[in-house]
Ligand binder design. Structure first.
Ligand code: GLV
Ligand code: GLV
Length: 338
């Protein structure tokens, strides 16, 4: 047969595109912004495969109008809350993601936010850049921009998956105590290695100095952190989110920051992305904001593109894609075009 057609909804690193093009006829949406839903809906009807980002809404309407021709959706992200996976499975559509390859980059970025908030890096940069340091008239002052010392603190990790564990591993160097919540428990060896203790959410919130979220967005984790949870946190604690914005109730967080229930936050993800200018979260000096950059290193973004390609190529060859999200789909349809 001629090459199957794949629609790629945004520019991804070249090596991935090249690898895909060896097996598929690639159509690339080359604009910086996402294809509008209507465009995606139209495209989906004429393609065999789809490469999506978390900004593409792949709902049941789209999937059911694109199947049975559409057979695989290869998501360029570890999270796939933008895709109706249950519907895809029902229609025999394979869904893949990019776990593993971005773990270290996201853990690094989590730590960048922890340290930036604790040691007031962004405030300090502004202080120097805008001449405030100079105007103060002294090169050093015992009370200038004092922050929170991270060494030896208690780190609360909500969601001890690959990324949570990579964050925990880095915490060992800071001699921290770790409290974590997860459906699964680490092995006793790993708990010992990370100085980690499995606790309930209540204990984690009450005892942690830093709370970091590493859970996927699911109906269970939607607004997991709301008023009640924020009130349980220490007034000196900071909250970090590099997972999904919707895990936190934004209005509750704004209130918590306004009223000083917590000491600060580092946020890479938001309920609304892009965050509009003038959003209440932008008015706090003790909050560090980033535009969803967790996995944004050249190395990781390229590895993600290669994994997207590997999934499509395995499917093409009639093999199980390496990071298949919905293995049950294999009972509905075998991989490939035979
Ligand atoms: C990004 O947020 C991802 O899920 O990979
Ligand atoms: C992502 O890689 C995770 O499962 O934490």
């Amino acid at each position: 047969m001629s090459k199957p057609k794949v629609f790629v909804t945004r520019e991804i690193p070249e090596p991935g595109l090249k690898a895909i093009a060896e097996y598929y006829e690639v159509e690339l949406w080359d604009k910086y912004t996402a294809p509008p839903y209507e465009v995606l809906l139209e495209k989906a009807k004429e393609i065999d495969a789809l490469v999506t980002l978390l900004t593409d809404k792949v709902d049941c309407n789209l999937i059911s109008s694109a199947a049975p021709r559409l057979r695989i959706i290869s998501q360029y992200a570890v999270g796939y809350d933008n895709i109706d996976v249950e519907c895809a499975t029902k229609h025999g559509v394979y869904v893949t993601n990019t776990p593993g390859v971005l773990t270290e980059a996201v853990a690094d970025f989590t730590w960048a936010l922890i340290l930036a908030v604790a040691r007031r890096i962004v405030e300090a940069d502004k202080f120097v850049r805008e001449g405030e340091w100079y105007r103060k008239g002294t090169g050093w002052h015992p009370m200038m921009l004092l922050g929170l010392e991270v060494h030896g603190l208690t780190l609360g990790i909500i969601g001890m998956g690959r990324i949570g564990r990579a964050v925990a591993k880095r915490a060992v160097g800071f001699d921290m105590r770790i409290l974590y919540t997860d459906k699964y428990r680490l092995s006793p060896e790993m708990e010992e290695k990370f100085n980690a203790k499995h606790v309930d959410m209540d204990t984690l919130l009450r005892e942690s100095d830093i709370v970091s979220i590493h859970t996927p967005l699911t109906p269970e984790t939607y607004h997991l952190i709301g008023e009640e949870e924020l009130k349980k946190m220490k007034r000196t604690a900071i909250l970090i989110n590099t997972a999904r914005g919707k895990v936190i109730d934004t209005n509750a967080l704004v209130k918590a920051l306004e009223e000083g229930w917590i000491a600060g936050a580092g946020l890479d993800v938001f309920e609304e992305e892009p965050l509009p200018p003038g959003h209440p979260l932008t008015k706090f000096d003790n909050v560090v904001l980033a535009p969803h950059l967790g996995s944004a290193t050249w190395k990781t973004r390229t590895a993600m593109a290669m994994l997207v390609a590997d999934n499509l190529i395995a499917f093409y060859k009639g093999e199980k894609p390496p990071t298949l999200v919905n293995p049950e789909v294999m009972k509905v349809r075998s991989p490939g075009w035979k």
